[in-house]
Design a protein around this ligand. Structure first.
Ligand SMILES: [Zn+2]
Length: 479
C-alpha cells in the first residue's frame, strides 16, 4: 500500500522553498483520536484525501468532502449487516472492539493450498463461489476451522462435496465456524452473496464510478467471502469473473489471463491464474469500461512483459508519465536490487474513488487517479515527481511485500519501511539525491514529528491494535 496521501500543492512546498523541485510532500492524514478508540465513524477521517490548502495549513486535520455520504454509508452498512446475514445476531454484542496482541500470535490450525474463486457480477447482487483446498497444520488433528466474514450472506457450504446442515457450523456477524472438519486435507466450497453496489466503505468489493473494484489490505477480503483473513495464509489463486459484456467489457484479476469468452445473455467471462502464493490482502478484481495505454518491457532474462495502464477513455492521454515511471522502476529494480518481474503481464488501474492512495495487488496495482494522471497543461514538476515515486513504490512491493510478505500485521512496517526506502532510492537515482533527501526530511519534520507528539503516537511495531487500518500512518512511511 502506498500512503493515505494527496499531493499538497502550495503551503507545504512553499514552506520548504522547494516548490517545483521536489516531490509534493504526500501528506499523511492523521485522525486525531486514539487508535484504540477506533470506530467505523472515525475510519472515515483518514480515508478521505485532503483537498484544501487551508486545511494543509492547519497541519493536515482531515476534511470531510462528503460527510453526508459517510453518514449514508454508515446507514447502508448497518442495513446490509442486519438484512443479509443468515443467522443475524445482536450487532452491538458482536461488534464490541477486540484488542489484538502481538504476544498472542499463534500459527493457524489450518492452511490453504489453492483457492478457486468465481464471481458472477450483477447490478443487484454479486454471487461469490470459492473452492479451497484445506490442510491441517498438524496431520490428524481437526480443531474447529474459524473463517472471517463480514456483511456476507451465506448461500451454501460444502465439505468434500457434501453440503453442511445447520448445527454443523456456526455463523455470526464476524465468523463462520466449521465445528468438526475432517482430519486431513479436504475441499471446502462456499457460495455467498454480497452487495458491492451498496458498499460505500471502499473495502472489499465495491463500485467506483460504475466500475467494480477491490481493496483488501488490511482486512477487506473478509467482506468478499469467508476466509482465514490473515497474511500467513498463503495460497495459489485462480479467479473467474463473469459479467455483462456491454457494461463491463474489461475483466481483470491477479496473475496471467488464461481464458476468456462469451456467454449467453450478453455476458462474458475471464479466467485469471496467479502462479505465486499470496495472502488474501493482495487479491484484486476490476471490472468495467476502461481503456488502456499499452507498452512492453523486456526483462534482463528476455521475458517479454505486457504493460497496461487502465483508465476511463478520456484519461488515457494523461498516463504517459505513469508508463514511463513503471518502465523506469522495472529497469531500476533489476539494475540496483537484481530483482526481475516474474509474470507476463503487469496491469495498473486508476480509479477516482480509492481510499488508500495506491495498492500493490499482485500484478494488478490499483491507484487513485490523482497518483497516476498528469498532463503538461495542469501538472507541476512536483506532481510528476510524486507519480514517479508512487508508481515505483507499488511496483517494488512485487518483491518486498508480495513475494516476501508479512507473518501478521504487526510486521506491516517491515514491508512498508523497506519499500519506502527502495522508492526513495529510486527517486534519488532518477532525480536529485540531495533535493529528495531534503524533501523527505521536511515531511518527517512537518508531519511525523507532530504525530509523535500527539495522541496518534505509536511504536513502529505496536504491541496491540483494535483496528489495523489505524496503523497506516506516517510512522510506517516516512521513517
Ligand atoms: Zn507500500
Amino acid at each position: 500500500m502506498a500512503r493515505l496521501v494527496l499531493p499538497c500543492k502550495g503551503a507545504g512546498l512553499a514552506r520548504t522553498g522547494l516548490l517545483g523541485l521536489v516531490s509534493s510532500a504526500p501528506l499523511q492524514v492523521t485522525n486525531r483520536v486514539s487508535f484504540l478508540e477506533n470506530s467505523a465513524k472515525n475510519i472515515y477521517r483518514y480515508r478521505r484525501f485532503l483537498t484544501s490548502e487551508a486545511l494543509c495549513r492547519r497541519n493536515c486535520r482531515f476534511s470531510y468532502p462528503s460527510l453526508s455520504r459517510a453518514k449514508q454509508a454508515n446507514r447502508l452498512i448497518c442495513s446490509v449487516a442486519t438484512e443479509s446475514l443468515k443467522n443475524p445476531v445482536e450487532e452491538s454484542k458482536m461488534d464490541t472492539p477486540k484488542e489484538i496482541f502481538l504476544k498472542d500470535y499463534k500459527r493457524p490450525d489450518y492452511y490453504f493450498d489453492t483457492v478457486d474463486l468465481r464471481f458472477s457480477l450483477g447490478e443487484e447482487k454479486t454471487i461469490v463461489s470459492s473452492k479451497i483446498t484445506v490442510f491441517p497444520r498438524i496431520e490428524g488433528s481437526s480443531p474447529p476451522l474459524v473463517l472471517d466474514g463480514h456483511d456476507i450472506k451465506l448461500v451454501s457450504i460444502c465439505v468434500n462435496g457434501k453440503e453442511l446442515k445447520e448445527g454443523e457450523y456456526l455463523l455470526d456477524s464476524r465468523h463462520l465456524t466449521l465445528l468438526s472438519p475432517p482430519s486431513g486435507s479436504f475441499t471446502l466450497e462456499i457460495v455467498n452473496e454480497i452487495h458491492p453496489e451498496k458498499n460505500t466503505s471502499l473495502e472489499g468489493l465495491y463500485k467506483s464510478s460504475g466500475n467494480f473494484c477491490t481493496q483488501c489490505e488490511a482486512e477487506g477480503f473478509r467482506n468478499i467471502t469467508f476466509y482465514q483473513d490473515r497474511p500467513d495464509i498463503m495460497a495459489k489463486y485462480t479467479c473467474r469473473i463473469e459479467a455483462d459484456k456491454s457494461l463491463y467489457p474489461v475483466l481483470l484479476s491477479n496473475g496471467n489471463l488464461i481464458e476468456q469468452g462469451d456467454l449467453e445473455g450478453g455476458r462474458h467471462y475471464a479466467l485469471w491464474e496467479d502462479p505465486f502464493k499470496k495472502p488474501c490482502y493482495l487479491f484484486a478484481l476490476v471490472a468495467g469500461q476502461l481503456e488502456s495505454r499499452d507498452d512492453t518491457f523486456i526483462t534482463r532474462s528476455g521475458r517479454k512483459v505486457s504493460l497496461r495502464i487502465w483508465t476511463p477513455a478520456q484519461d488515457v492521454p494523461k498516463t504517459a508519465h505513469a508508463m514511463y515511471s513503471l518502465k523506469a522502476a522495472m529497469k531500476w529494480d533489476e539494475d540496483v536490487f537484481g530483482l526481475e518481474y516474474d509474470l507476463d503481464l503487469f496491469n495498473i488501474v486508476a480509479v477516482p474513488d480509492f481510499n488508500m492512495g495506491a495498492m500493490e495487488n499482485k500484478s494488478l496495482n490499483i491507484f487513485n487517479s490523482k497518483l497516476v494522471l498528469a498532463s503538461p497543461e495542469t501538472a507541476t514538476d512536483a506532481d510528476y515527481a510524486a507519480i514517479l515515486g508512487v508508481i515505483g513504490h507499488e511496483y517494488f512491493h512485487n518483491w518486498t511485500g508480495n513475494r516476501v510478505t508479512c507473518r501478521d500485521w504487526f510486521q506491516l512496517s517491515l514491508k512498508e519501511g523497506l519499500t519506502v526506502f527502495r522508492d526513495q532510492e529510486f527517486s534519488s537515482d532518477l532525480g536529485s539525491r540531495t533535493v529528495k533527501r531534503i524533501a523527505d526530511v521536511s515531511k518527517l519534520r512537518n508531519y511525523q514529528f507532530p504525530q509523535d507528539a500527539g495522541p496518534m503516537a505509536h511504536p513502529v511495531r505496536p504491541h496491540s491494535y483494535i483496528k489495523m487500518d489505524n496503523f497506516y500512518t506516517g510512522k510506517l512511511f516516512f521513517t
